[in-house]
Write a protein of this length. Sequence first.
Length: 243
Amino acid sequence: MGNSHSKSFFGQKAGLIVQSSSKEQPYIFLQCIKKKADESWEKPSQGEGKKVKLNLEEIILMVRVLNKKIPQWTTFHEFKEEKTRIGINWEENNNEILWINIGEYKKKIGWSQAELLRLLLSHILEEKIQFATGSTSSKLSNFNDNNYKQPISKFTLESPPVTIPFEDNKMRVSEEVISKDEIKKVKGEIKGFTEKALLITFTNGDEVWIPKSTIKSKFNEESKEKQNFLIASWVLQKNKIEI
């Protein structure tokens, strides 16, 4: 299986490029380009088009829209005092047409390409949660060298309010097998989820990815209320969760 991914989605007037250089980097790049007046395409290699960097939480929210869990999602990035709006939404009254907006660039995507994008981002996300959520200094350095300020997220009334921390230094996932039955009851709120893990904000303020295999109680992924969890004690200790 490859370590990097690059996929282009082209139409008649606009194109979208999805790039992940390494599964060990906790981010991806999205870039939009368009045709010029002379019918030639903008060249990313010459700095043309609009390129943004998305962290893991932002990828999760894009996947939630692609999975039609929420109708749309919008955020803003600020880079060198320039704000860029990033948005993804299904066309009103037509859930087979997807729109992706990056600044002034707009890309329309049909159902088959939207499904391919959903599968691609879901796969990339699973890889990155497994390989890019360690706490080594090199990974944190690679993630923090982008000079972005924390994105400001804007949700519609139909979208659930979610706080999106841009820093990644508290997210850790362990896929170890529980060797004993020792568990602890804790309370927290689910901020995000994938097939294999929950992003939980605990009552002490810590926000950590917890493997579902180590949660021994029932939970509701869609609920935004605080829930009680029975979690293997070693996971809480390893992530320094003291409640």
